[in-house]
Design a protein around this ligand. Sequence first.
Ligand SMILES: *Cc1c(COP(=O)(O)O)cnc(C)c1O
Length: 457
Amino acid sequence: MQEKKSFLKQKIDWESPNKNIVPITTSIGSDGKLWIGGCSIEELVEKYNSPLYILDEITLRNSCRAYKKALEKYYPGKSLPIYASKANSSIFMSNLISSEGLGLDAVSEGELLTALKGGVPNEKIVFHGNNKSDKEIEFAVRNNVKVIVDNDYDLERLEEISTSFNHDLEIMIRFTPGIECHTHEYIRTGSFDSKFGFGIEYLNNLFDRISNTERLKLKGLHAHIGSQIFELEPHNDLGEIMVNVILDAKKFGHDIQELNVGGGLGIKYTENDDPPSIDEWVKTISTSVVKACEKNNLDLPTLMCEPGRSIVSTAGITIYKIGAFKKIPGIRTYLSVDGGMSDNPRPITYQSNYSACLVSNPLNNNSKSKYTIAGKHCESGDVLFKEIELADCNTGDLICVFGTGAYNNSMSSNYNRIPRPAALLVCDGEAEIIQKRESPSDLLKYDVLPDRFIKQN
Ligand SMILES: *Cc1c(COP(=O)(O)O)cnc(C)c1O
């Protein structure tokens, strides 16, 4: 029988981590087991327990550098990659991102605070959101953070608050360019029917209104057309559309200096996925903007892009311990792990697929069994893998799920009062904690029993 080639045998692309399923430093140790960042996964679980989130520093840094390098290579004007922090927000991530010279996008006071505490300079932060609270806007204004205006209500309050603070506020306008792309409906944002941004047909009216405000300084335009996109065409179209909007704004006296083209580049979760490289993606959008500017005799604006998933997803893995098995003869075998939809809500939310292996047998030698990997939550839909081929495994074995760096930790919950996992950073054989494991008693911190319910003795 011919051995199936394991995805762990694939050649690693160092330049564009989103084209790999596994972190760059993944290896099989002399013990035959899975190692990442020079650390034995089995030893890390012995020390830090499971489930466990792990981030590989080299993969993270290579992803950041790939965006910087490609922008420098293909875009002759100024440029700035901005990390979409909703993918994975922490003081550590903010710190790493700013150490690589990237900017950061935030969507709440919490994400803003995390960015500032992590050392991201305020002038490299942009603040998004389709329903910012007054308190959030005030926080952004006080910290001199550029704000992306999403709708009329947003604009009214930005105007009001900046005026009452006697404070000039730099803004960018988010609009929907009317581009369809093939991705899950919930993560598609660029078509006309989207909750985000102004309709493109409304922009002239908006430019006029902004001219009449006192404190709002229109610096740039923003569009984000969706997430986990494998096509290049939508971003090729986007560049030209955005440059045309710069020309429209000119007629109203606005000198747009910044174009933020959003994020959306997909990553390789499974062997069926073949995303473009970071280099190709940046080349496409850069070329499109440069061409459109040349055609219209326009100075090049500063080009910004907002990758989230393609910066952090491939750098991250999650380790689970196998507990219960349930064989339903003729149907399937359920294998349950010690986490699930609370640490990774993507499968139940988007029917997302991942790749996984056993830590003790990463190449899946002699794989002959198919399993359904279930989480431990009280939902039948709490299934991480509908069907996966693994070598025979037992209670106590560890499973590594790849590509979990983005939208896992940041979308995690305490459903069923399950504490969030710890998160580690690995590099050169060292592992460091970047997020402490929650404990059940931590989850009681915000519960309040009104006095009259407390039994008096
Ligand atoms: C989510 C989001 C991004 C990042 O998208 P990815 O697909 O993770 O690259 C960028 N910009 C905005 C406005 C977003 O909402």
